[in-house]
Ligand binder design. Structure first.
Ligand code: PLP
Length: 426
């Protein structure tokens, strides 16, 4: 079928001509086979082929509906197909879609200003835009290298925490804890030392005048939503300050309202913060914020760059996301709803621990049946995810309602039962 070139043609006609319109003769089974022969196998076989979303729901190619309790892994803060987000993205694209970083745009400047404002950044603070969390951490690692000390007292190493996840590019991977991710790709940029998370004495012992930076996720998401308490973050602030090391908070998963405040690390102010996932409400964008003159001056013209980072459409999407978070009082909604969700989960038998803040929540199961539960939940119309054999993670859209969550809570005991049954059969 030829592509429509007539302006009168609707966008649905265009999608249809591109063979990506939902509801055509594309079944899940056929599409999954095509996926397997065309896409690199790093993600395994996809669980479903999704064709449409609205609010907190998505639909697959066979017309089945799911309540999305994962939100694209803490990304779809405003749910799916949010009308304001869609219209801002569409308008910006129709007005000015991309310019190189030889130029700027009002959306880019305004978003940088807003991020500095909501993060309480002092004068001299700056923003660098990226397309992902990995790239934001990559920028932060490059910036750390510039905190090099002096010729007779060089700073040579970076500290990260056990169970940390900072991304998969060689630089970001070099900070990531899981050996299975790192080892097959060595050599990686070196001199990273991991210390136990949450242990102030270990931090004090490790951070001296040879350290360039300390990377911390305020809540370790991929590790199963493991929160570092504010006293630890405060101690990290004092210890890094004393030693002249940069304190870098990776808020890629925890930032932008996910925990019921804009940033999980507040009120502790780092030297660098990285953001991505929820920032664009589903549109790809990341950011690195550098706090204060001294840190911001570590990277100078020519030191770093990106083609797509900070483009008009992505920055407009983030502006729309922040606008809706404020207008709809989503931070309060997330805090209240998260509190309620946590209490509900704690009351369910077979669940041994519930962790998290706001709408970033994980629960541990008595038996290692997380994978079985994820699969049973999917069959029952709920998208959840596991971070380990015992652990299920929830990171739904920030707009999800208590009533929607209650449908999952009501079903959960039965799903755990089903998970247990499959577990015992195998
Ligand atoms: C997801 C994640 C990243 C990587 O972000 P991408 O956008 O996937 O590149 C980095 N750090 C944390 C804490 C994350 O959760």
């Amino acid at each position: 079928m030829p592509l429509p070139n007539d302006e009168a043609q609707s966008s649905a006609d265009a999608l249809s001509a591109l063979s990506v319109l939902p509801g055509s003769a594309l079944t899940s089974t056929a599409l999954t086979e095509r996926y397997k022969s065309a896409l690199l196998g790093v993600f395994g076989t996809p669980q479903r082929v999704l064709v449409r979303g609205s609010g907190s729901h998505v639909w697959d190619a066979d017309g089945r509906q799911y309540l999305d309790l994962l939100g694209g892994i803490a990304v779809n803060t405003l749910g799916h197909a949010h009308p304001l987000l869609s219209s801002v993205i569409t308008s910006q694209l129709a007005t000015l879609g991309h310019v190189s970083n030889f130029f700027t745009s009002p959306a880019q400047i305004t978003l940088a200003e807003q991020l500095l404002k909501i993060s309480g950044a002092p004068g001299g603070s700056k923003v660098f835009f990226t397309n992902s969390g990995t790239e934001a951490n990559e920028a932060a690692l490059k910036l750390s290298r510039r905190n090099r000390g002096t010729a007779d007292k060089p700073r040579t190493k970076v500290i990260a925490l056990e169970n940390a996840f900072h991304g998969r590019s060689l630089g970001a991977l070099s900070l990531t804890w899981k050996q299975a991710y790192r080892e097959p790709f060595e050599p990686l940029p070196g001199n990273v030392q991991w210390i136990p998370a949450g242990d102030i004495d270990a931090l004090r012992a490790a951070v001296d005048e040879t350290v360039q930076a300390v990377f911390i996720e305020p809540i370790q998401g991929e590790a199963g939503v493991r929160e570092l308490d504010v006293d630890y973050l405060r101690a990290a602030r004092a210890i890094t300050h004393e030693a002249g090391a940069l304190l870098i908070f990776d808020e890629v998963q925890t930032g932008m309202g996910r925990t019921g405040q804009y940033f999980a690390s507040a009120p502790i102010v780092p030297d660098v913060m990285t953001l991505a996932k929820g920032l664009g409400g589903g549109f790809p964008i990341g950011a690195m914020i550098t706090f204060g003159h001294q840190t911001s001056d570590l990277l100078n013209p020519g030191d770093h760059g990106t083609t797509f980072g900070g483009n008009p459409v992505a920055t407009a999407a983030a502006l729309a996301t922040i606008h809706v978070i404020d207008k709809d009082n989503l931070l309060t909604h997330v805090a209240d709803t998260g509190q309620w969700l946590t209490e509900q989960l704690r009351a369910i038998s077979g669940i041994t621990a519930v962790r998290g803040r706001g709408l970033l929540v994980a629960f541990d199961l008595e038996k290692p049946i997380a994978a079985q539960l994820v699969s049973a939940a999917l069959d029952a119309g709920f998208i959840v995810n596991t971070t380990g054999p015992h652990t299920v993670r929830l990171a739904p859209p920030l707009i999800i309602t208590r009533e929607q969550l209650a449908t999952f809570i009501a079903k959960l005991p039965a799903l755990i039962g089903q998970g247990l049954m499959t577990y015992k059969e195998n």
